[in-house]
Write a protein that binds this ligand. Sequence first.
Ligand code: PEP
Ligand code: MG
Length: 598
Amino acid sequence: MNNHKSHTPGCMVSGVGASPGIAIGRAFLLDRGKLKPRGEKISSDQVGAEKERFLAAVASARQELEEIKERTLKERGKETSGQHNYIFDVHLLMMKDKMLVDDTLTLIKEKKINAEWALSLNSEKIINFFKKMEDAYLRERQSDVAHVSERILRHLTKSDYDSIDKISRGVIIVAHDLSPADTLQLNPQKVSAFVTDLGGRTSHTAIVARSLEIPAVVGTEYATEKINGGDRLVVDGIEGKIIVNPSREQLEAYQEKKRQYNLFQAHLLLNRDLPAETSDGFRVSLAGNIETPEETESIMAHGATNIGLYRTEFLFLNRQTLPTEEEHFLTYQKVTRSLPPDSTTTIRTFDLGADKIAASAAFHEDSINPALGLRGIRLCLNRPDIFVTQIRGILRASHYGKLKIMLPMISGLKELRQARTIIDASKRELEREGVPFDEKIPVGIMIEVPSAAIISDQLAQEADFFSIGTNDLIQYTLALDRSNEHVSYLYEPLHPAILRLLNQIITNAREAQIPVSVCGEMAGEPLYTLVLLGLGLDKLSMNAISIPHIKQIIRQSTFVEARLMLEEALQMNTAFEVEGYIAREMNRRFPETFLMKI
Ligand code: PEP
Ligand code: MG
């Protein structure tokens, strides 16, 4: 880690505001770079000592892992740390494994090379062995081998291993990148904000930050180069700025902005139990997006009772095996039971892939373009065993609360029909087994692939509802990688092509008389609320913190003005023109509402 970066006091680093809020605190640089150990030849009489050195590194790596396991158990309690414990146990076992330990010792002896070199060679061999496995579960083991060897290597080279669990109270994490899984492990009590070099506003890391209500700025490109560990930082997640070692005036100004922002948020919560209805009587249903069952509490605290998107692929977090039918059932039952009786939960079937989570890597590792690979419904149709297990779990839980099934990444009618056939077969199976379920459970689709948007008139004949996934729809229509900071400037929800597509999808859904919602991040961004309202959506589904703000904007507007604004926007030729127009109109109407900047 470089601790000698020079910068002027109060210098600013900018990026993409990924999760709103202001945080002031000390920087903690999380170095997740890969180790590049030096390989050296050794003489015969050094072999014994080298073997000892290797075994000592394995022993201290084991001890470290045991301690982390203990700490996690204590801090998070048995229930929430169950998944983490599992992964710890797998890693602890591997450190005793003959293939990993004994074969490294043999290499040291036979090739007369140092322990670092021998371990790297050996783990590469084991990783290649797992890579070739037919079985997806076994293939997944390669990432464990890599993690375990990395930990031993750090002990061999006496490198400091920065890990999330060592973080103490109130720091701001600065990292090159954080995976969605890393982010979900952040404890908001200890981490007051984070900043990354990589990432875009709709990357899953950003989405998880919003769920946890941790202010974040991503896609800064150079934050890890410009910030030293221990620097005082101001992170402005609303504007996407970081002030490094602020002056007294800057600090005071941001303390005031933080106070105002917190007051504003508290004030918004006063509308918690009021409907999202315009003053001329147009009502929109506001729902929550969740990644874990525990988030339902926060959704309700922010004034929603329905879940419009449950991203179930997060059930895979930090685990090496697929969830069983019983786990699916219990999880969905838990979600529906934690909501009021009339609430509806829309369960999106696994959308494993792209930037989601490590455990799914096994399905994509050979793909240089995972966003276009075997993800979402494609993976489920390719692996009906995975799909059926989940569908049976959902169907069983549908007896205990109102559930809907939502299929991700549908690109044409064939996929919808195939999925429906599998769902129907699962229903008949449960019937034969005498297991109760909701025979009329709605089966809807995400509209997030441009081909689905274009044929949405046809899809609307066979889907029970549409939910527009603007994150992917924008990614695929404008051909920009949503996780890549270099193209985040192209993320333009108000691009004329996107507006036309949205208009077309919603019109087609209305004509077929099926409900249509938006559940991408656009739904939770106040700048776009009147445009979406004007489009005539039935429902907007978003992360918990956005709900009160969006509701406030709806309650202070009329459907007529939203419609006029949309019509004006639809006449414009460039994203720049539309954005300028909408930003001016929204800032004029809501001057004090901390709109996210575009
Ligand atoms: C989307 O694509 O807009 C969406 C809601 O799904 P995800 O962000 O999980 O891809
Ligand atoms: Mg999507």
